[in-house]
Design a protein around this ligand. Structure first.
Ligand code: MG
Length: 398
């Protein structure tokens, strides 16, 4: 916390936000106990929440925003998909076993005592999978409607992951398609859970394209930001159709991080991610429950702030660029309704506009995408009722 406070030393409102969060019920209890120890001590449900805190601090924070009846289904949904992702990412786990497990993972959800040892690419992920029977028992205790959504999405995602384990993300179509499997489906599943809870309209679950965009914006933001980390792990999700315009070998970009080619490359990735913002605004405008709104909107404004930060930023090639914790804290506190989302998004748009460079090969298209975002924000301002079809760019798939 101290280093995070120092990073925000010139931003007093961020310091205040961090302190407020630390002492509010939003704070996630920091447990120093290893998950392995907790697994022995806790009941199934408590283990799920402890595991969630360990494997994703940021998700653990937003899940607390949800109304009580959605917390367990969403927590289990997240852990099931995290389990699946841990199988996908464990390259030491031989493909002849890994791929069938990805395809059949949804069936394991109905085997009360199923777990698997020694699989997962980090200690916490291995412990999660080793204790997966606990997650399964909480899954089995959920209402049938929730279970059907979770196992259906798990089946689709597992099959998509298995398909992509055998091929690379090369074209923009692959990029959208892969992101649909690993993130768009999360948005689609969450919409179904919200509708099933009765807190949101039954129509929300049918808005596949909007829900897909919610997932794609988050996923593409992370992929664009994580160039350096992923390259160090010997992988990349950047589509060659984009980076191939600027270099023959992706690793070369970090040798000349400030070159016009490197910057144009990250800028084109950001520009591509911006395509989805309009749909995300329409989706958020459909949400009726205030807590569900915060749960959905917080990650989106964080993504937008991250895109603004990484646009034209050479540091992406040599380090992991993140928004300051203080800024994240402020965004958590200031994302309560569409009005606040609009203000944050407008700021991010301005930040990118200031960095636009007429020499950039995508200058015109980036500018156009930013204008579209502002138009979409104005639209919901003057039409608070859901606008379901409009001039927002649609992004493939269905
Ligand atoms: Mg993965």
């Amino acid at each position: 916390m101290i280093t995070d406070l120092l990073k925000s030393v010139y931003h007093p409102s961020e310091v205040l936000a961090m302190v407020r969060i630390k002492f509010s019920k939003i704070a996630v209890t920091d447990t120093k106990q290893p998950l392995e120890k907790l697994a022995g001590d806790l009941n199934d449900r408590a283990f799920c929440y402890a595991a969630l805190n360990k494997v994703s601090r940021s998700f653990a924070i937003v899940i607390q925003q949800l109304p009580e009846k959605l917390k367990d289904p969403v927590c289990v949904f997240y852990l099931v998909l995290r389990g699946l992702d841990s199988v996908e990412d464990d390259m030491e786990f031989e493909a002849t076993k890994r791929l069938p497990l990805l395809r059949n993972f949804h069936q394991k959800l109905y085997q009360e005592h199923w777990n698997i040892k020694g699989v997962g690419d980090s200690a916490d992920y291995r412990i999660l999978l080793q204790n997966f029977d606990k997650v399964i028992r909480v899954f089995l205790s959920l209402d049938e409607e929730y279970r059907l959504v979770i196992s259906d999405i798990c089946q689709k995602m597992g099959n998509g992951m298995a398909d992509y384990a055998e091929r690379k993300v090369v074209t923009l179509h692959d990029y959208n398609d892969y992101c649909y499997y690993v993130a768009g489906l999360v948005g689609i599943g969450l919409s179904s859970l919200f509708s099933a809870s009765g807190l949101e309209s039954g129509r929300l679950k049918d808005e596949y394209e909007l829900a897909n965009s919610m997932g794609l914006l988050l996923q593409k933001t992370n992929i664009s930001r994580d160039y350096y980390e992923d390259l160090n792990l010997g992988r990349t999700f950047w589509p060659k159709q984009i980076w191939g315009k600027y270099t023959d070998r992706l690793e070369e970009l970090q040798k000349n991080p400030s070159s016009p080619e490197s910057l144009a490359c990250i800028n084109e990735l950001v520009t591509d991610a911006l395509t989805h913002v309009g749909n995300c605004i329409l989706y958020l405008n459909m949400i009726q429950d205030k807590q569900v709104f915060r749960f959905c909107a917080i990650p989106q404004v964080m993504a937008m702030a991250t895109l603004a930060k990484i646009y034209n930023n050479h540091n992406v090639f040599t380090e992991v660029v993140k928004i300051r914790k203080g800024m994240a804290a402020k965004l958590i506190l200031k994302t309560n309704d569409m009005d606040q989302v609009r203000k944050t998004m407008e700021k991010c748009v301005d930040e990118i506009r200031k960095k636009l460079n007429t020499e950039d090969p995508n200058y015109t298209i980036t500018k156009k995408r930013l204008n579209r975002i502002v138009e979409a924000l104005d639209d919901v301002k003057y039409n608070p009722a859901p606008v379901l079809e409009g001039n927002i760019e649609q992004t493939v798939l269905f």
